[in-house]
Design a protein around this ligand. Structure first.
Ligand SMILES: NC(=O)c1ccc[n+]([C@@H]2O[C@H](COP(=O)([O-])OP(=O)(O)OC[C@H]3O[C@@H](n4cnc5c(N)ncnc54)[C@H](O)[C@@H]3O)[C@@H](O)[C@H]2O)c1
Ligand SMILES: O=P(O)(O)OC[C@H](O)CO
Length: 372
């Protein structure tokens, strides 16, 4: 069934690609754990569909010096000679048509589709850095899981990117632990993409799907962009809750309860503040499936287990345990809490609130189950 659908998609994208003229240039903004895995996928597809995409994919790499084979070397130089991101995705070889580019403005100015995969705390700064260099008529896809909160308002990063750069921005999110996707273990993802008619008609949903679909990475396209973005952001809070449960040594039943209540709060938040389709959270990979995988095996879960066991602050554990990778769940819990408090709706989201209080206000983790 799936492969039939994909042959249809292949035929369609090939026709579209040929009709459209110049190959579409792809840039990936970010080269962390997920950024590198996404660049690998885009590189494989650019190579497989030369009738649609320029075969070289530029991945913006925030330059760092790292120890490598007994000396200090630039991460870009190591990547461009070995095709391995030795700091953030060790042990995975990317296709040789993925080029690590340390110049963020060069990547933005050459790309027709710019795929954003940076930890959410860096987005606004990068938008300012590339100001004036974005290619006219280009579009973006955000793979970022988080929300931008100004106390009185909460924005999706797709909207932040669109506001600062002028690019229409869709969202990719799903049950996608980077280390597994990069090793080509099968999973699904969801792309929220609903451009209006001011967006270049070349960038059809079929073209966007062709950029990401792999036999091991099944893509579902939907129009509920906000629902896709919020699923990825809010599940990170719930994953912290699941980690707290495991850190306390409570059982799978307790963890399932936290996951169920978390899913309800994710759905309610999306519905109340963004008028999202409630079904997105229960039918798509970006909702319930991402919630499950993150509560079982994600970084937020692991660090929350360590939080309960050591009582060290989350930002300390992030540094100690993640080798430069970034956590999103605790920060998102704090931001969402500030927003809910401002709107006097904290009581409608008891799980999100309890997780915030445990992580930031010294509430005993043991009290989690008394307040949800
Ligand atoms: N890792 C996963 O399994 C996964 C899966 C799906 C979605 N995501 C989401 O993708 C986004 C990116 O996550 P990731 O895993 O690629 O990143 P990461 O957690 O590996 O973070 C490291 C990245 O941050 C960059 N960085 C560090 N300091 C920086 C600075 N001062 N300015 C700019 N960049 C800097 C590093 O260069 C590196 O690219 C996040 O929103 C995350 O939630 C991650
Ligand atoms: O490792 P986490 O907790 O940041 O989660 C990774 C992905 O979002 C799982 O889909």
């Amino acid at each position: 069934m799936a492969s039939k659908a994909f042959s249809k998609l292949n035929a369609l994208t090939s026709t579209l690609g040929k009709a459209a003229g110049k190959p579409i240039r792809i840039g990936v903004m970010g080269s962390g754990n997920w950024g590198t895995a996404i660049a690998k996928i885009c590189g494989e597809n650019a190579r497989e569909h030369p009738e649609i995409f320029d075969t070289q994919v530029h991945m913006w790499m925030y330059e760092e010096t790292v120890p490598y084979q007994g000396e200090q070397r630039k991460l870009t130089e190591i990547f461009n000679s070995t095709h391995e991101n030795v700091k953030y995705l060790r042990g995975v070889r990317c296709p040789s048509n993925v080029y690590a580019n340390p110049d963020v403005r060069d990547v933005s100015s050459r790309s027709d589709i710019l795929v954003w995969v940076v930890p959410h705390q860096f987005v606004e700064r990068i938008c300012h850095q590339i100001n004036g260099s974005v290619k006219s008529g280009s579009v973006a896809i955000s793979c970022i899981k988080g929300v931008s909160v100004q106390e009185e308002s909460v924005s999706l990063f797709s909207d932040v990117i669109q506001k600062h750069t002028g690019m229409y921005c869709g969202v990719l999110s799903g049950a996608n632990i980077a280390n597994e996707v990069a090793r080509e273990k099968f999973c699904e993802t969801t792309i929220g993409y609903d451009p209006d008619d001011t967006v270049n008609p070349r960038f059809t949903p079929e073209v966007i799907s062709a950029l990401f679909y792999r036999p091991y990475f099944r893509v579902q396209m939907v129009k509920d962009v906000a629902g896709v973005a919020l699923g990825g952001a809010l599940k990170n809070i719930v994953a912290v809750g699941a980690g707290i449960v495991d850190g306390l040594g409570l059982g799978d039943n307790t963890k399932s309860a936290v996951m169920r209540i978390g899913l309800m709060e994710m759905q309610n938040f999306g519905h109340v503040f963004f008028n999202c389709d409630r079904l997105t959270m229960v039918e798509q990979s970006c909702g319930v499936a991402d919630l499950i995988t993150s509560c079982l095996g994600g970084r937020n879960h692991h660090c929350a287990v360590a939080f309960v066991q050591t009582r060290k602050p989350m930002h300390v554990l992030e540094k100690e345990l993640l080798n430069g990778q970034k956590l999103q769940g605790a920060a998102t819990a704090k931001e969402v809490h500030a927003f809910l408090r401002h709107h006097n709706r904290v009581h409608e989201f008891p799980l999100f609130t309890a997780i915030y209080r445990i992580v930031y206000e010294g509430m005993p983790p043991e009290d989690l189950i008394n307040v949800i």
